[in-house]
Design a protein around this ligand. Structure first.
Ligand SMILES: [Zn+2]
Length: 315
């Protein structure tokens, strides 16, 4: 599309589409910072805005590290939804239809990511739109762990690493969850998401607590926070020496959750679970110093903060 040429001799139809584009651009400004130079040269801005063939909405408007960024795309022309691509920092994220003529990609963030300006590129039908969002820094609590020399803890087996890695990589087109997630256990939270650690005074730069811990007693019920398919059941006897007895639920569209250190397991691989369904009981199996549930929520393979998924509906 050649906007400069069109602008020299604008037709009525083009003017209408420019005006529509401007209105949409202004609307989008409330939600996101547009990377286009809207405030600079007006004709260029008009041309760029007119070239946009879709509305893009980012949620939350002001994300912080650990949040899941929803990129919701509504193409002006329904036929443009087929080849949408969402990329950021050279990574391409899967896009799924979520309503008639509406599509979504999830961009996970974690404490290991850089805070600050993040550019999200949405393209489709030969057109590209760049959106900039400011990801806020967040101060995560810090733990200092001192291990006696030669005590590095239990080492995970290759089998459990392979199984868990394959599970977190699942991107199933079906969407099983619907609405906010339930609390998987009724006990108090003992460790929140994102806690960083020093081991013997040395900062563990790749470590962060990849989930939320609940300090329930042995066999305190663990429920599925949302619908999904049980895609992983692992046991200490099969080599899950670090994770312990574990259940993994595939909620679809790149969203998965894991439940670790269980004492008992009430589901088997392939089972479809409903929100609130009993999946197991709290235990202290694997690398654990006392009964607790470790709940991890993964989006496109990255451990995100489950808390926003509990309270602000990521439908
Ligand atoms: Zn934990």
């Amino acid at each position: 599309m050649n906007n400069e040429v069109s602008l020299v001799n604008p037709s009525k139809g083009l003017l209408d589409s420019i005006l529509k584009g401007v209105k949409e651009g202004v609307k989008a400004k409330f939600g996101v910072k547009i990377a286009l130079g809207v405030a600079s040269a007006i004709p260029i801005a008009l041309a760029n805005v007119a070239a946009e063939a879709a509305q893009v909405q980012l949620n939350p408007v002001s994300p912080k590290l650990g949040d899941t960024i929803s990129v919701i795309v509504t193409p002006d022309n329904p036929s443009n939804g087929r080849n949408l691509e969402v990329t950021s920092n050279g990574k391409t994220y899967p896009v799924f239809p979520i309503a008639p003529n509406q599509y979504r990609a999830f961009i996970p963030t974690t404490p290991l990511h850089k805070y600050g300006r993040k550019v999200i590129r949405v393209s489709g039908d030969g057109r590209t739109r760049n959106l900039a969002v400011w990801v806020k820094n967040r101060r995560f609590p810090v733990q200092r762990i001192n291990l006696p020399p030669g005590k590095a803890g239990v080492k995970a087996t290759q089998h459990e690493l392979d199984r868990v890695r394959a599970f977190k990589a699942l991107v199933t087109p079906q969407k099983y969850w619907d609405g906010p997630l339930l609390r998987p256990n009724g006990s108090r939270i003992s460790t929140i998401y994102g806690v960083r650690r020093y081991y013997n005074g040395k900062f563990a730069k790749n470590y962060f607590h990849r989930g939320v811990d609940y300090a329930g007693g042995t066999n305190s019920p663990v429920i599925a926070p949302a619908a999904g398919r049980v895609a992983l059941v692992g046991k200490v006897s099969q080599g899950f020496v670090v994770h312990g007895n574990i259940v993994g639920i595939d909620h679809g569209q790149g969203v998965t959750s894991i439940y670790m250190h269980l004492n008992r397991i009430n589901v088997k691989e392939g089972d479809m679970v409903k929100p609130g369904q009993l999946i197991g009981g709290i235990g202290s199996t694997g690398a654990s110093t006392g009964p607790h549930l470790h709940w991890g929520l993964y989006v496109n393979g990255q451990a995100v903060d489950p808390v926003p998924w509990r309270f602000s509906a990521i439908k």
